[in-house]
Design a protein around this ligand. Sequence first.
Ligand code: UFG
Length: 336
Amino acid sequence: MAEAKGTLLVTGGAGYIGSHTVARLHEGGERVVVLDNLVFGHREALPAAGVTFVQGDMADAGLVERVFAEHKPEAVLHFAAFAYVGESVTDPLKYYRNNLAAPLVLLEAMQRHGCRRFIFSSTCATYGDPVRVPMNEEHPQAPVNPYGASKWMLERVLKDCDAAWGLKSVFLRYFNASGCDPEGRIGEDHDPETHLIPRILMAAKGEIEGLTIFGDDYPTPDGTCVRDYIHVCDLASAHEKALAHLRGGGGTTAVNLGTGRGFSVKEILRAAEQVTGVSIPVTYGPRRAGDPAELVCDPAKAKALLDWEAGHKDPRSHIESAWRWMTGPRGGRYGA
Ligand code: UFG
């Protein structure tokens, strides 16, 4: 007989990728409890009803204990983290505290309560500078900034917890998350916003003067950096598949999430001009510290192990959904 589905605890569920995943889990009939301190998350990014919301910090051992005692989660989906690469270089302790030390509190509660399923928002930044592209899960992990290092170290912690007390984890190594809910209800709302597609669209809306391209002298076809843009709704569906893997008795494993196709900064810019119909002013600046020339995913393992593949392969669909969001709810701060 199939095991009854238990409650899912989602840390950082009010953030960008977390909220899209929560929406999907909720629509799929899962019972979801979100723990989010709202430092970067938005309460209004959660479904209006049917999802339990706890405002607080995963480093708060008393609160985490109460959440486990009350809701007895079957699995944890862990999104809560800081994700500004540049800031991680200037303030590494902030990243190690939040991305590495704070989750230990969560893991201790999981161990105490016998919760042994963990889905971890990891990143291609754990690989560091690519020695080959596309990158599969066997690519050496040599992170080049504290953000990537903090995620890589937590992967190591999770492997040790598996060896010691049987915690089963899926490390989902995201490439470049982008796009929004196709209906434009929720989206990307970082402050400050540093990511390429939202900044291009902010320039198209006139919120910022234009786009600065960080370097056009990379060893790529047009000189600008190449990235694998993975739609946030595809990331959400991958979490469902990872959960099914763990519920089916699957073991600890790492899975890359990307499309397998790379696009340069200039290609994304041209696609955004097509979608918006706006000509976006561009200036060229120096390379941004820590940016590898090319990051492209080999998604074969995700297909083979999880039966997952990206549905949105054309970045125009990412840009279209992001544009609907930027000119809709985000423009009106969700209310309009
Ligand atoms: N870029 C610009 N101008 C901008 C913003 C970005 O030229 O104003 C370029 C960047 O230099 C880079 C590309 O656009 O070449 C994409 O940059 P993003 O900031 O959108 O994303 P990153 O490639 O920096 O993403 C990285 C890692 C992810 C990680 C993320 C955390 O690839 O794994 O940072 O924010 F999660």
